[in-house]
Design a protein around this ligand. Sequence first.
Ligand code: FAD
Length: 448
Amino acid sequence: MPEWPTADEPRVVIIGAGLAGCLLATLLGRRGMQVNVYERREDPRAAPPERGRSINLAISARGLAALDHVGLREQALSRALPMHGRMVHDPAGGRSFRPYSADGRRAINSISRSELNLALLDVAVKTPGVNVAFGCRLTHLDLDTGELRFATDEGPRLAQADLVLACDGAFSAARRTVTFRTGFTFGQDYLDHRYKELTIPARDGEFALDPDALHIWPRGESMMIALPNLDRSFTCTLFWTSEQFAALRSPAQIAEHFQAHYPDVAELAPDLVEDYLHNPLGSLATIRAWPWVHGGAAATLALVGDAAHAIVPFFGQGANCAFEDCVEIDRCLAESGNGWPGALAAYERRRKANCDAIAEMALDNFVEMRDRVSSKAFQAKAAAGHWLERRLPGRFVSRYELVSFTTMPYAEIPPRMRRQARLTALAAAGIAGLGAATVVGASRGGRR
Ligand code: FAD
């Protein structure tokens, strides 16, 4: 357990007004707390969105449930494009649609990251007790004095806090304070794959592809995906190995490569080569940290969202999971009567196993999306799974549905999948046994 400052009403500071930071600030403000939020970027209400991160996000049941807590669920859905399944594009340009749910009715939602952040910020700044300062990049935090230092255009700015909630993302500056502390376990596992975004613009004012699907071009070791945007364009993301990116340099090589491996995209994306040459390359890492709560002589630090557990984006769950963290903190505060020490201890205890579980499932889903999804065996298994779901509703539910369409704790999903796999094997053996008995019975009868 961390040490805890004695102040009755701790001065709470949130670092980062991203997705988690804004949601958490609103939830705390609604509990009557004073919260100062410091954000590195300029005010997004006055500046264009930053380049380099995904333009849109898939938000599903967990994210929507969290948005519901601050009254943003319906607003988010009204600006979202539902995607009811995967559209798989083969190398010859053929397409096949695979629904996400057994009844074909459930959808994940493509939402603009900047719009969602803006909506959350809007709610946060209107919440009494919440103040947001932009253009303040945390450069130093001392848990023994409670002092924070920020770099701003006007020079350094200082602040004091009793509690610092680090919502400053995967490469958290606040987390750096404790990197070398005894007992802090930390790892960042980079994939050899990196990502780059491209655009398929609207064609004659219409979507160039079916907007009701998340499009995938599985290519074994690598893949591309595309999500629809409200302006009827698609944002495509290439997930290729560093070597694959390095191999394509000249406009002719790029055009040739897409013509050979993504022929339909080459036709639909006129600015493909320009996008490829100019858009930045992003990296993909899983961040594992423990503990998430650290005490000093004067202040306590808690890691939240990507700062605690960034995951690879292949289940579309990073933001959904970060939102769940915020709701869990709020729930723990309600249970502890706004007592921070007990709430934070419960928060990290309850969330860690869940975040570890989704981190592993996200890594596994990459192999599914880029490779397994095109195999006949995978398609047969998925179809059999949907068949079982329809016959055993609620008892047999696919991993995708449990992750995306329920709020079941992530950690409960892998053991449930193992139980379901045993059930399926038993059922299959039973069916095979019945079949064999019928054959034997029939042949014995024949001899008699
Ligand atoms: P962030 O969103 O990273 O916010 C951190 C904030 O802190 C930012 O505003 C930043 O400017 C600020 N900040 C950083 N450093 C400082 C500093 N020193 N001082 C002050 N402020 C600072 N998740 C999904 O749920 N669905 C998806 O479909 C999905 N797709 C993704 C696709 C890609 C390519 C990637 C990379 C991620 C994707 N994610 C997705 C994951 C999702 O983006 C993250 O999990 C989510 O943004 C985490 O929210 P956060 O608030 O913890 O961190």
